[in-house]
Design a protein around this ligand. Structure first.
Ligand SMILES: Cc1cc2nc3c(=O)[nH]c(=O)nc-3n(C[C@H](O)[C@H](O)[C@H](O)COP(=O)(O)OP(=O)(O)OC[C@H]3O[C@@H](n4cnc5c(N)ncnc54)[C@H](O)[C@@H]3O)c2cc1C
Length: 408
């Protein structure tokens, strides 16, 4: 438990915390099922956490907090099927080396690798690249204890009618004990990180998107913005551009300086961030990406100094998980942050309005201003997800206040 005292859970960045009445251990499926039945009998909310890297209140409970951290470790790797099965709380970082040993790798990763596999799956955590979906899209099977205490083994193949609900459920369908993720052949990445003026980036936008395995960037509204995310100095209106391509060159042959390394993929993706930002993130249609970026840049310039953190821009391929923001749509993703200790809400609300109006869908693990009505407008399968949720958790024991307002 990320905790400041025995009974208080706090997330990584420190903007969410809760003091549950009871903390229970869920070290195996039987203990998880018992805890679920206790929550049912007591009529209270039960939640569990991954590594606490969500900014939104997706873990908080004043009822039962179930500590599932023991559900961790690799169960099997299947090089022929190219899948890995692991305890749900295994971290992304832990699976890199054993996958490589088996000749495999995750197809893509995000900016950090300290999340648990189920945390990443539950919120559609993603990296960048229009050829790649999110962790939700890579889930092919899982074991889950539903809201009645029933243990279910589910797979994409066997359960096509409900699996798209399970793939991205923010912990509202059950406690997942094991996950199976689809992988690919191991690959090496050559990184090419550049500081480019925004005008140069605009000119090369289509070229960079088409010609690199991964293209993403951080636009700097001010001269101090780059330092806030731990990047090298970059002037206002420039971009920290991350370009990654596959290579057969030997690992280590690019040297050790970040920006020019050549290494196994899982070593290239992660960056280390300080817990000094509170982030909001929305997904807009990729085919309107550049216009959305331009308009958001203008908005941020008009809202300085509140908009001092960089704007991150990434791309994600469409996928079939009903509540994934990438459901049935290629997306461009815009993330912005507020500074802890300041009243950043008016700034983030202005970002929300702008991005929502551009058909924006939220990242479940980041700050957002969604309501049930807005979700129904933005997610075509919201109603189907609601039916699956009621079937898996008829008494709503997994719905905390935040999730009840969205899905209850
Ligand atoms: C510094 C930083 C960088 C980030 N970078 C990226 C990025 O590059 N791309 C991106 O998309 N996101 C990114 N995120 C967001 C992050 O990936 C998500 O919020 C993710 O959910 C965090 O995983 P976690 O293991 O910390 O899960 P938590 O935040 O602890 O939990 C997430 C959800 O999973 C549920 N859950 C946990 N365990 C279980 C279980 N056993 N069964 C069912 N539900 C469960 C929780 O109840 C909760 O609803 C970043 C966040 C931070 C702080």
């Amino acid at each position: 438990m990320n905790s400041t005292s025995q009974a208080t859970w706090t997330n990584w960045v420190g903007n969410q915390s809760c003091t549950p009445k009871t903390v229970l251990m869920g070290r195996n499926e039987q203990e998880v099922a018992e805890a679920v039945r206790m929550a049912q009998d007591a009529g209270c909310v039960l939640r569990t956490a991954g590594s606490g890297h969500s900014f939104s209140p997706v873990v908080n409970t004043d009822g039962i907090f179930l500590d599932t951290s023991a559900l961790s470790g690799i169960i099997s790797i299947d090089p022929l099927e190219m899948t890995i099965t692991a305890g749900a709380q295994t971290t992304i970082r832990e699976i890199g080396p054993p996958l490589l040993e088996a000749g495999l790798a995750l197809k893509n990763q995000g900016d950090i690798d300290t999340q648990t596999l189920i945390g990443a799956v539950s919120t559609a955590t993603h990296g960048s690249g229009l050829d790649f979906g999110s962790f939700s899209g890579e889930l092919v099977a899982c074991r889950l204890v539903d809201g009645t205490g029933e243990i279910r083994a589910l797979s994409r193949e066997k359960d096509p009618d409900v699996f798209p609900a399970v793939q991205c459920a923010i912990g509202t369908l059950g406690i997942v004990t094991e996950v199976t993720l689809s992988c690919t052949q191991a690959y090496r990445l050559k990184e090419d990180i550049k500081i480019m003026h925004v005008d140069a980036l605009r000119e090369r936008w289509d070229d960079l998107l088409a010609n690199y395995r991964h293209f993403s960037f951080f636009w700097m509204p001010t001269d101090v913005s780059s330092g806030l995310y731990g990047f090298p100095e970059a002037p206002a209106d420039s971009c920290y551009v991350k370009l990654y391509s596959e290579t057969v060159a030997p690992a280590g042959s690019g040297g050790s300086d970040v920006g020019k390394r050549i290494d196994e993929a899982h070593k290239i993706y992660p960056h280390v961030f300080e817990p000094n930002f509170h982030e909001l993130e929305y997904f807009v249609p990729a085919d309107q990406g550049i216009e959305a970026f331009e308009a958001h840049r203008e908005l941020m310039l008009s809202l300085l100094p509140d908009s001092v953190f960089p704007m991150e821009v990434r791309f994600v391929r469409a996928e079939d998980a009903w509540m994934s923001p990438n459901y049935d749509r290629d997306n461009m993703v815009i993330s912005v942050s507020g500074a802890p200790g300041t009243d950043y809400w008016p700034y983030l609300r202005a970002c929300d309005q702008h991005l929502y109006d551009r058909l924006g869908r939220p990242h479940w693990g980041k700050l957002h201003f969604m309501t049930a009505e807005r979700l129904a407008e933005r997610f075509p399968r919201y109603g189907d997800f609601g039916k699956a949720r009621e079937q898996f958790d008829p008494n709503g024991i997994f719905l905390n206040e935040h999730l009840r307002a969205l899905f209850g």
